[in-house]
Structures are given as structure tokens and as C-alpha cells.
Design a protein around this ligand. Structure first.
Ligand code: 13P
Length: 252
């Protein structure tokens, strides 16, 4: 059974006071939520402990990135095991900002997924095409290649620890969202690609990300292959993020 998930990626934003204010509001308002959504907060790594200490049990916590290595002389890096040690259950892997700004390669993405598995974390693999790739008609092929490169080594019960987030690069932080129909079409294509890799494709949660807001979330989340969202800017405002969590329909 695939899970419905709304995850908030704070990117390099926030402070201890935001953690207190936002997570406390979430704690009290999430109690009435009955749509079965799993809510995940993914703050900068330095604030993971603060979020975990403030969050009540219904909120899961993740990191935005992990190292490709287990441990050792890698100054500035944070391992998947450390994230697990703090109590994280998720890590983003291969976010487009990591790929574009930090030159993260498909090989590194695959190595990070291995590290996430070793640490018992669920990996949220981020994939998505650029505007040029979409306009040239290559979007599905680009995303399929990212899926294959990241997930070719995944086997058997490891699939339970994989979530895929489709985030078209042109929709991130731009206010432009894929239409619900275009997003659905890409999610269906991702599910096909997962099946071709041997995944139990109907059990893998697929999230949409890219300018998701309270007013467009319901249309996206009602699509049959969209199981929730990966939210950037709107996850920094408690009320907006809660409205997005509420937009997940109770039944598929
Ligand atoms: P925005 O919601 O700010 O467009 O960011 C999406 C994103 O990159 C989440 O990982």
C-alpha cells in the first residue's frame, strides 16, 4: 500500500525560532487531520534535533542530503547514519539544486541511495526536467533516465524505502506549476519506469513538487498517480503548509 506524504523542504531557510513557532502550530493543528497523510519536515541539518524535540509523534523528520560515503575524512559532510542516529526517517536525494548548483552526478545519487538504505532511511529521490528539455519534448526520457540511474540497484524489500518526487526544474520557486494533467502524465510514466526496473510500482509513493501552494494542492493531489507533495517555499508558513496537508484526499 502506498503512503500519502506531504514533505516540507525548508532548503537553506529557517531558524530555531521558526522551528519553535512552526512546529508548535503544526503539533496542535495536525491532531484533527484525518486523511492519513504522513507529514515530514526536512529542515537544514543543524535544526534536525530542534525539530525532533519539538515535533510530536505524527511528524516525521528528514535531511536534505547525505554523503555518498559511510564515514571518514570528508570535511563538511553529514552521513546517512548520523541522520538516522538523530531520529530522521527520510532523506532527500538528488534534488535539482544539488544536481545543478553542486554538480551532483547520477553515480553520486545512486551511492547516496545505498547509504540511505544502510542507515534505515527512506530515500526521496528527486527527478525532473529543465524547461529546455520539456520544450524539446525530452521530458519523459530525461526523467526515465534519472530513475534508471538512481534506482537500478534497488532490489526486493528496499523498494519500501523509496519515494520518488517529480519536480520539474522550471516549476521550482517560480510560481509556475505543472498542470494537474501534465503532472499526472509524468507520474504515470514514472510508475511504468519503476515497474520496468522490477519495483512493486503501485506501492511506491510518488510526490509532485514545484510551486505547490494551498490553492493548487487539491487539484494535484486528486490525480490517481500523485500521492502527495514535496513543498519548498510554502512549507515555511505553518498555515499554508497545513492547508496543503489537508488537501490530500481521504481516499484515492
Ligand atoms: P517550491 O515549492 O518553493 O517551488 O520548491 C519546490 C522544491 O524544490 C521542494 O523540494
Amino acid at each position: 500500500m502506498r503512503r500519502k506524504i506531504v514533505a516540507g523542504n525548508w532548503k537553506m531557510n529557517g531558524s530555531r525560532s521558526l522551528v519553535k513557532q512552526l512546529v508548535s502550530t503544526m503539533n496542535s493543528d495536525l491532531t484533527g487531520l484525518d486523511n492519513g497523510v504522513e507529514v515530514v519536515i526536512i529542515p537544514p541539518a543543524l535544526y534536525v534535533s530542534d525539530v525532533i524535540e519539538t515535533a510530536e509523534r505524527s511528524i516525521q523528520v528528514g535531511v536534505q542530503n547525505v554523503a555518498c560515503w559511510e564515514s571518514g575524512a570528508y570535511t563538511g559532510e553529514i552521513s546517512a547514519a548520523m541522520a538516522g542516529d538523530l531520529g530522521c526517517s527520510y532523506t532527500l536525494i538528488g534534488h535539482s539544486e544539488r544536481r545543478q548548483l553542486f554538480g551532483e552526478t547520477d553515480e553520486q545519487v545512486a551511492a547516496k541511495i545505498d547509504q540511505a538504505f544502510s542507515a534505515g532511511l527512506t530515500a526521496i529521490l528527486c527527478v525532473g526536467e529543465t524547461l529546455e528539455q520539456r520544450e524539446s519534448g525530452a521530458a519523459e526520457a530525461v526523467v526515465a533516465e534519472q530513475i534508471r540511474a538512481g534506482l537500478a540497484g534497488v532490489a526486493d524489500e528496499q523498494w519500501q524505502r523509496i519515494v520518488v518526487a517529480y519536480e520539474p526544474v522550471w516549476a521550482i520557486g517560480t510560481g509556475k506549476t505543472a498542470t494537474a494533467e501534465d503532472a499526472q502524465a509524468m507520474h504515470a510514466s514514472i510508475r511504468k519506469e519503476l515497474a520496468a526496473l522490477g519495483a512493486p510500482a503501485n506501492d511506491v509513493s510518488l510526490l509532485y513538487g514545484g510551486s505547490v501552494k494551498a490553492d493548487n494542492a487539491a487539484a494535484l493531489f486528486s490525480q490517481p498517480d500523485i500521492d502527495g507533495g514535496l513543498i519548498g517555499g510554502a512549507s515555511l508558513k505553518a498555515d499554508e503548509f497545513l492547508s496543503i496537508c489537508r488537501a490530500v484526499p481521504r481516499e484515492y
